[in-house]
Ligand binder design. Sequence first.
Ligand code: HEM
Length: 318
Amino acid sequence: GIVDNQHAIDTEPQYVDAPMTAAAAFLVLTINDGEEAAAKARSVVASTGDLIKDVNIRAADHIFTCNVGISHDAWGRLTDKPLPKELKPFTEIKGSVHTAVATPGDLLFHIRADSVDLVIEFEKLVLEAFGDSVTCVDDVSGFRYFDGRDLLEFIDGTANPEGLALRADTIVGDEDPDYAGGAYVVTQKYLHDLPRWRSESTENQERVIGRTKFDNVELPDAGPADQKSHKTLCTIKDEDGEHDILRDNMPFAVPGKGEYGTYFIGYSRYLWVVEKMLERMFVGDPVGKYDQILDVSRAVTGTTFFVPSREFVKNLDG
Ligand code: HEM
């Protein structure tokens, strides 16, 4: 009946489960000081769905989606609602050698499309709408690299959940009824030391990642004692079984500046799962045996957001 439909509408996620695409952008903004800026930002965020339609209707034969995320620090400025259960600022993780830094960001727009013009068009529209209510802290344009490889030349995204598992792994449910339909999202911008990576043998590279390079086959950990691969460090198991997240990492590059990177983005129903992965990567398991992907990948940003249901976003403006 009508009641069931209303619940389905209230808890309909944003485009969390959208496919990996040829192009994407990660636009991170802070909201400027003052109630006027907050009010403006609130109304633009609430209109995200309309801005998406504006692009979509003109590109009906294309894939185009956008998710908007709100950080812990911006939550109180944009809503009068309590915080989603697990939402907190990204917390720096200091390993013995590498650090996962925490950086500013109130809003994330994760834009995915099968062509760059749609990505840019949406960014243009949304930034025009915000006017001087926000400051852009980061804007990274990603691209698909051959058969879905990262710039370390490995296929990235294979172990992502699909179908019903995708929803179960990424979308908040009854554990936080007010925020059912939402998802936590963590982002990190990594810069690669490609000369160093390319000086490693393919065999060593495969040991670091935990898969073969050409055909992407999963490998058992066979490195020096206790050194786990990236794949193994990012496998989180407890009494409920394995906890997966949805990654939609994108390569980005400015070759003229020697800049080659991976923009990591992970959606999860439970923030603690991503935090656990990060801890295992940076601190190591056992402690000190950190993820060797970090020897060639430096995290230069780190932010956490909550991507609420569509209806929650729409209703922000009253
Ligand atoms: C697996 C690359 C950062 C979580 C993989 C794989 C590659 C990869 C090539 C194997 C294929 C696949 O299953 O997708 C990278 C690169 C990163 C990065 C280049 C940045 C430099 C991260 C971070 C997290 C993460 C920061 C989590 C906080 C995972 C997970 C898997 C995975 C959960 C699947 C593990 C499994 O097999 O179950 N990554 N990754 N990755 N990565 Fe990453």
